[in-house]
Design a binder for this molecule. Sequence first.
Ligand SMILES: Nc1ncnc2c1ncn2[C@@H]1O[C@H](COP(=O)(O)OP(=O)(O)O)[C@@H](O)[C@H]1O
Ligand SMILES: [Mg+2]
Length: 260
Amino acid sequence: MSKTVALFNMSGGVGKSTLTMNLGFHLAENFKKRVLLIDMDPQASLTTFMGLEPFELPKTVYDSLLAHEPLPIVSNIFGCDLLPTNIILTQAELELSSELRREYRLQDILEKAREEYDVILIDSPPSLGLLSINCLVAAQYLLIPIQTEYKSVEATMNLLQTTYEIAQKVNRSLKIAGAIPTMYDDRTSQAKRALQTIEELFASLKGNQSFAEATVFPPIPRRTDFANATAEHVPLAKYAPRNPAIAQLEEIAAVVERLP
Ligand SMILES: Nc1ncnc2c1ncn2[C@@H]1O[C@H](COP(=O)(O)OP(=O)(O)O)[C@@H](O)[C@H]1O
Ligand SMILES: [Mg+2]
């Protein structure tokens, strides 16, 4: 039985897709886990980062969600399997609204796959529609990447409140595994303040059952190696094997690996 973790934040550009790819890689490479990555963002960043051409895909997660077709899994990209997407998934937002169990479609289509994988990582869209709700329902845990900037931290308070309220309605056992501060620039006082605010916020939420085990991970620095690795369609560890952020990615992967 797999554990399912969604990388979740309604803001775009915070590092969700990058982290999904890199954590998947380390779970497969370092921990020999059978990993499935799912791209639930119609912008298809993860699909592209993994080296696929979204418009050339004969089938995507859309076909499984709406047409009840078998999962069109692409096998073994950097040790991970991928359930890809493309822009057609945008239509799912509307079309799902008339479906039965519309919030549970992703959960339903993953039922069989859960036996074949140790870890399923879901890359969520930067919005709060039915696709996101499907991610919240299918996941057991959330990892929340947060950009270490003042405006992102403000948005995080809303994000956590809204996420919690939705989860109370559709998935009461959902747990927050942790926050991952991203794009950290330790030369700026703004980034340091943002990081401190994230830490205080999560410390204040410890009393809440969903947040009891939430870790605030050491911040991932802003480094051009990440963007370059993305452009080359490879994990950071393949692009810049000496980059110190690799040890941090491995540490987060280790925490995911140990989640009950
Ligand atoms: N730590 C980092 N430092 C520098 N650039 C990063 C970092 N993490 C991600 N990026 C880049 O920022 C862009 C947005 O990241 P992405 O993972 O697509 O965010 P999201 O999925 O939240 O929209 C990508 O081009 C990616 O290469
Ligand atoms: Mg993304």
